[in-house]
Design a binder for this molecule. Sequence first.
Ligand SMILES: [Zn+2]
Length: 386
Amino acid sequence: MRSVLFTHIRPHDLLVVDGRFADPAVTPENTVIVDGRGALALPSPVDAHIHPDKTTWGQPWLSRAHAETLVDLIEGDVRARADMTASVAERAGALMDAAIARGTRAWRAHVDVAPVYGLANVHGVREAAAARAGLIDVQIVAFPQLGLLTRPGTAELMERALAEGADVIGGLDPLGIDGDLHGHLDVLFGLAERTGAPVDIHLHDRGEPGLTQVKEIARRAAGHAVTISHAFCLGEDTAAARTLDELIARSGIALTTCALGGDPVLPVGPLTGAGVLLAAGSDGVRDPWTPFGDGDMIARAHLLAYRTDARTDEELAACYAVVAHGGAALLGLERVEFQAGDPADFVLVDAGSLAEAVVDRPIPQFVVRGGVVIAQDGQLLERSPR
Ligand SMILES: [Zn+2]
């Protein structure tokens, strides 16, 4: 039995026995004491939408060309990646280390699968995750970034990916990229039917075409675990968008938002109020699409709060709940409420309250996984299992 008592922390001391919280009134013999230096304990955040195969993290600066459309961005991505010299495992692994040191407990990683790449990206991200088993959980989405129907061979590669390290079936703008809503969804849901894997669909399409696709996805969602990522059409300030909130909740579809600078962000209050599972992610991090991002999900909670104009402590806390509890629920992880029996995955931060932490974006003083301190003051500890 391994027991650790975290003292001098708020809201109260935490005892961890064999990786789970236990009643601190009964501290076993030989308990290791960790001085929390007065920090505030928060459940570890989850990155529910990130693209680690694209990142240049740890590499020289990449200058980006102007892009007008989504297709421009996709084509620029393929060109830029042909010039990258570091492997996917090296770049994705460097970003994983940075995310772990900022407290991230788990990733849902969208990883490009296309004839031009084969399964190299999936294998690279899986290799990086395997080297960090015990530090972070990584789900891989087999993501048809270049198109599904428009790139023959992609569907077959996605099915193979599920046997070689991927966990989730990805989709991308059935209308905007593939131009065939039903054909695209037939492939995704057919694959889901055969494999039982969850589905996670990128939907950038806005306005009426976007909403039409949401309705059709909802119609097909019964019996499957379905996520729509970005869903810009639902973040647009229109009455039509809000009329779908209850349909989405009823159909059990989860949504992820990345609170990006130039795109509509999903409204936290209305969606969670309707009972929709909402999670958040980094999206691209310093990749051919964007110079921004750092994999820090405490900072992402800040961006979500900023973009949704959060003001009250409750609104700020709700953004952190999306990042921590929403992400955990989406990935099928146990929720961390600091109750006896909960997994001891948490961060200790220098902040007076959760609301203040969301605004200040502190770097965790301690990152704790299963009761073990794995990072301190933004640095992974050498003795962390790798
Ligand atoms: Zn994405």
